[in-house]
Design a protein around this ligand. Structure first.
Ligand code: OGA
Ligand code: NI
Length: 373
């Protein structure tokens, strides 16, 4: 039964950090991906010159300077947002108003946490019923290929789901930093969501209301990608799209790793200092009836440097029915998805683990009318 299978992991958990630190020259078979899913070799894999992009293309940049003071934002900005959401599903946001000092402090606190000995982190070991705590896999499928990463997952919103006693007690500043960082990122999320609503001609609060307003969910996953002796055989995080509506990623400024799908290419994101990498999740694709897209992404690892990233996920209130906005459904463009609560959607994903965009595709409606005469 699904509920019982979600209470515990199907196999003993192996901490990737422990594997990495053991100095093994080869990765265990469980981490080896089939050839079609392996990353292609990356030239010059090292901290990058910020003015150069490795692939010659990079995800769009959205500059929020100026709109922070005026409530409405310029048409040009809305057009850029629309372009980024239609064509990429990903962008970097600069001049976003979140304190750079706070961003750095939050990231370094998590780096410190992951540097603790594995035994010290074991007391936060998670299980698949809530995922809260220290984990090393997503999905409960037996014999699934595993990703080269460990993580810490926690709930920030709604208030009723927040339980700081389950957050790391070491480093000492960690809980307070999570609270402050969460508050600022959540404010930014509200501002961006309003711009995204307006970029489609809606009132500023349209999507916020569609996703449950004050009661929407927010959770943080701190990702830790240890050094890997055979980085070309595995992935730090396999290809997936995020299930919620928006994700704010604070990447490691020293080590690249995130790749975004653009057609049949994987584009390596070059992080801009102090920017957030924002991406649209599956629920945004559903409510916009696929005018805006959630895009597949993955993480590659390397043998020289470990990498830390913080992903703040924003999700609809769990019992709301999410469906394409009426205004975006026309005769020419019928609703592509049937209504579903976020809770149902998430259970589905947590059972299967990351799988590209197959989850959303499986929710596609079958055409109701035959197109043949
Ligand atoms: C995620 C994610 C990317 C990264 O946590 O969902 O896509 O660079 N992370 O860690
Ligand atoms: Ni992701």
């Amino acid at each position: 039964m699904m509920t019982s299978s979600l209470q515990s992991w199907p196999e003993p958990i192996v901490r990737v950090q422990a594997l990495s630190e053991s100095g093994i020259p080869r990765i265990p078979e469980r981490f080896v991906r089939p050839p079609s899913e392996r990353p292609s070799p990356i030239p010059n894999f090292a901290p990058q010159d910020p003015d150069r992009t490795r692939d010659g293309i990079n995800i769009p940049i959205i500059d929020l300077a100026g709109i922070m003071s005026s409530a409405d934002g310029s048409t040009l900005l809305l057009e850029r947002i629309s372009y980024a959401c239609r064509e990429w599903g990903f962008f970097q946001v600069v001049n976003h108003g979140v304190s750079e000092e706070l961003m750095g402090a939050a990231r370094e606190a998590w780096r410190e946490f992951f540097r603790l000995p594995v035994e010290a982190k074991q007391e936060y070991a998670n299980n698949p019923s809530t995922y809260e705590g220290y984990g090393s896999r997503i999905g409960v499928e037996r014999e699934a290929t595993l990703d080269w990463s460990d993580y810490f997952f926690l709930y920030y919103s709604p208030r009723s789901a927040r339980n700081p006693s389950k957050w790391p007690a070491i480093p000492l500043s960690c809980r307070e930093l999570i609270s402050e960082y969460g508050k600022e990122v959540t404010e930014l999320c509200g501002r961006l969501l309003s711009l995204i609503s307006r970029s489609l001609g809606f009132e500023g609060d349209y999507f916020e209301r569609a996703f449950g307003g004050e009661e929407f969910g927010a959770c943080l996953r701190a990702n830790f990608y240890p050094k890997c002796p055979q980085p070309d055989l595995t992935l730090g995080l396999s290809a997936h799209s995020d299930p919620g509506f928006l994700t704010f990623l604070l990447p490691d400024p020293h080590v690249a790793g995130l790749q975004v799908r653009q057609g049949d290419q994987w584009v390596t994101v070059e992080p801009i200092p102090n920017a957030f990498i924002v991406n649209l999740g599956d629920q945004m694709q559903v409510v916009t009836n696929a005018i805006y897209r959630s895009v597949e992404h993955r993480v590659i690892v390397n043998s020289a440097k470990e990498r830390v990233s913080l992903a703040f996920f924003y999700n609809p209130k769990s019992d709301l029915l999410i469906q394409p906005a009426e205004e975006l459904v026309t005769e020419d463009r019928p609703a592509l998805y049937s209504p579903m609560t976020y809770e149902e959607y998430r259970t589905y994903i947590r059972t299967k683990g990351p799988r590209g965009k197959s989850q959303l595709q499986s929710l596609m409606r079958l055409p109701t009318k035959k197109l043949t005469p």
